[in-house]
Design a protein around this ligand. Sequence first.
Ligand code: SF4
Ligand code: SF4
Length: 507
Amino acid sequence: MSLKHIIPSKFKVSINQDSCKKCKRCVTHCSYGCLSWNGSEIVSDDDKCVACQRCALYCPGSAITIEENKTLVYPPHGGYPARIRRIIQSQSGTGGVMLSSTGNDLEYRTIFDDILLDACQVTNPSIDPLREPVETKVFLGRKPEKLEFQVDPVNPEKVELKSEFPPNFEMEIPVMVGHMSLGSISFNACKAIYRAVTELGIVAGSGEGGLHKEFYEYKKNLIPEVASGRFGVNLEYLLDTVAVEIKIGQGAKPGHGGHLPGEKVNKLISTTRMIPKGSDALSPYPHHDIYSIEDLAQLIAALKETTRYRVPIGVKIAAVHNVAPIASGIVRAGADFLTLDGFRGSTGAAPRIIRDHAGIPIEVAIASVDERLREEGLREKVTIIAGGSIRYSADLIKAIALGADIGMCSMPVLVAMGCRMCQQCHRGLCSWGIATQKDHLVKRLDVDVATRRFINLFHAWKEELKEILGAMGIDSVESLRGNRDRLRYIGPNPRIADILDIKHVGE
Ligand code: SF4
Ligand code: SF4
């Protein structure tokens, strides 16, 4: 046996030669080199198939079938499932850390699925969102500790707000797009996202790769990120945006830095990140100027000064075991918003060992941070943004009811634009033109279509949000926030309900 194990392919590609029109379109579409023309017919190298589905969906003869490989299965073993044996076999061949992308793909329970929402009946009337207003707007930024009003002594009906508001951004829907850098995703994917958030009246994160000059026109709906590598960070990048976020951690890889392989650093990326073409873009694990809350406070203060106190400055952390005291320290350091990213959050590239085994679920992080900040009288000072497994509108609603102000997601946006979640983003060969920098693949993503599909998705979420708020008899998202009394737990572990501070069903 060679050093490289022979590992059974995960997928099996079958070509129905009777239906095949011999057009060879599938060969062109497959960016992973799985399909080829042998002179008389299409043949497949199943080891290379990642089930991205591109070939099958574009086959004019519907001749391609992709299935899990059932012809060569691993002998069953309860303690060593095929997944673990694959990892051992792969590493004994390469000796390297296994990389992957998208989010944690292990079958941990998704706590959102164990939570049910309340609805109104008889004594507490519901609201019909088609006939009555239901407010979906929220504000991103620090709020005043209390509201003060000035009553006109001559005309007591004339009341003016006296309290000064720190900078806030008004969002039409309580959800933002997570940080995906130009580099991790393509120019066309970035453009579609930025155009869509502008039309939707919400925001997207820039990721840690700086901002390409052509995207400056979308700055009014973007949050630039300041990560440990400081890629692309300059005055021009920071000014005139919605807010600025310091990235300490990311849910998909808590405690880890960023890594964009050199082969993805083409001219476009090198200019935007301000690094040489072809060089790896490595963000250090920690910020080398932040080793305490005081250090963080200094960076927050510096960014506030840099942005002339016109925008909120926030901090993003991964949800880890002691997330609540960390969050408290961050608010005390002056952060106007706090982004919590749970352990099912997505990534363009992360070591599997961290992606799949480090961090905690976002549901418990939201509840424990919200509670701690309330206990310490800090909750109203900060906007909590929560992400890392907000998959659809139901998760968004539950995240807000648990205590978040705003949800954050990336995967649903990519899936809306065409992503098949094949978990190959780190290879830069995305056949759908999303997670790639190869010109011939990038062109495959039609910016207009991707923009429209993303807008449609969030429009649907907004309507569903109004529907459920109406059914719960709540007329605004602000009134849903932290309203845990309207949640019930139906999962197998009542201890989770205690930690979330929600009642069990039937209570
Ligand atoms: S795309 Fe379909 S019809 Fe065309 S060569 Fe491939 S399998 Fe045959
Ligand atoms: S973005 Fe592309 S490579 Fe990444 S998971 Fe989606 S389809 Fe696969």
